[in-house]
Write a protein that binds this ligand. Sequence first.
Ligand SMILES: Nc1ncnc2c1ncn2[C@@H]1O[C@H](COP(=O)(O)OP(=O)(O)O)[C@@H](O)[C@H]1O
Ligand SMILES: [Mg+2]
Length: 327
Amino acid sequence: MASLASFSTISSSSAARLSSLRNSSSNSFVLTKSSPNSIKLLSTPPRQYKRLVLKAKANSVIDAPTTSYINDVSDSPKVLLEVKDLTAKIADSGEQILKGVNLVIYEGEIHAIMGKNGSGKSTFSKVLVGHPDYEVTGGTVLFKGENLLDMEPEERSLAGLFMSFQSPVEIPGVSNSDFLNMAYNARRKKLGFPELGPLEFYDYISRRLKIVNMDTNFLNRNVNEGFSGGEKKRNEILQLAVLGADLAILDEIDSGLDVDALQDVGEAVNELLTPQKSVLMVTHYQRLLDIIKPKFVHIMEDGKIVKTGDISIAVQLEKEGYKGISS
Ligand SMILES: Nc1ncnc2c1ncn2[C@@H]1O[C@H](COP(=O)(O)OP(=O)(O)O)[C@@H](O)[C@H]1O
Ligand SMILES: [Mg+2]
């Protein structure tokens, strides 16, 4: 049942709160906890449990030192993520997808990964956040100098890693504001900060919404339920805005967006960036890279990064397709 293994990450007290929230609504839906670090959202009917993923992208809006890495006061740029010879397979089938990925991201850098469908871009992103569909078979990943692969998904999130999924998960019956409140306060708690009360949270989240130019109406809607593709993408950015991250992995944040929405989403991400924050974005299109400007563009092919360059690779891709990119 590895493919059904829940990927999430909210503390048990938060789970209980979410559960009570959910049970108070009309839709029959329960939330259970399967292990110390994972939560299953079980919806009934249908008979078969539908397991949903809760991404508690808890972290780093709280500007507190979470690792010794932060205490390094040297001026030289710090390595944020260091991936060496990473290999991974699909847990269920054993099929090897990642075949030796190498990538180094420094603090404050924006990187893009491009590549044909099926080359392993989403797999790589999900392996970084600890998605249980995949098993790492070799290589190392350091995040802020610590072994990322040893951490549970929740710990990765608390360490400052965020991922916006290519296909964001719906959480029926749970409003965005309840979800964000819970995830944000879970993070505060974990980091030793007092939880924010409803008014303080509302004040905080309103300020964050302004930064990404989003309407407060979004808060009342259930997480991704009935959202259009574009709204889901915006909602991912809302989560990023509220929860924060040192490294935001954005998997095809541009897919399904019209030109105006793309501009809005791109600008929202830019608003969230600081000189220390880093982004790893997966995209097929140069138009996103014209808004969120990467320092490096990598081409992934058959589970490996086969070429690295600057934006000119994306420009060339747009003109000539992948056959024009010689590795
Ligand atoms: N959970 C999964 N179960 C089965 N096959 C998968 C799973 N995840 C990825 N794959 C397969 O791995 C390959 C790489 O997929 P993916 O990482 O999504 O590629 P990309 O994001 O570059 O389009 C594809 O052949 C895809 O079908
Ligand atoms: Mg993909």
